[in-house]
Ligand binder design. Structure first.
Ligand SMILES: [Zn+2]
Length: 102
C-alpha cells in the first residue's frame, strides 16, 4: 500500500493498493475508487461501493493491478472529516430526520 498526499501532515492521504505481481511493463487493471465509509467499511445496502471495492481488490490481486482509493466521500453521505453541503444520514443509510436517534 502506498499513501499519497500533497501535504506531509495530511491525516487522510489517498491510497494505492498495488498487487505484489504488479508489472508496469504490461497493461494492468486499475480501479479508481472513491471512499464510501458506509459501503466500504459497514457494507451499507444503500449503495454497492463495498461490493465494487471487494471485486476490484480481488481482480487486481489476481491480475497484478492497482486500486487507487480516493479519500473523499463520493456520494455525499456526510461521514468523516469533510465539510460538504449535504444532509446527514442515519446509521442504516436513511436520511436523518429531526428527532431521530441511533
Ligand atoms: Zn457507497
Amino acid at each position: 500500500m502506498i499513501a499519497y498526499a500533497d501535504d506531509p501532515a495530511e491525516r487522510m492521504p489517498h491510497l494505492a493498493f498495488v498487487a505484489p505481481n504488479f508489472d508496469p511493463s504490461r497493461p494492468v487493471p486499475v480501479r479508481i475508487h472513491s471512499e464510501c465509509m458506509t459501503g466500504d467499511v459497514f457494507g451499507s445496502r444503500r449503495c454497492d461501493c463495498g461490493e465494487q471495492l471487494d471485486i476490484s481488490l480481488k481482480i487486481t490481486a489476481e491480475r497484478g493491478g492497482v486500486v487507487i482509493y480516493l479519500r473523499q466521500e463520493g456520494r455525499g453521505l456526510c461521514i468523516g472529516f469533510y465539510e460538504k453541503p449535504c444532509e446527514p444520514w442515519s446509521v442504516d443509510g436513511t436520511p436523518w430526520e429531526s428527532g431521530m436517534s441511533f
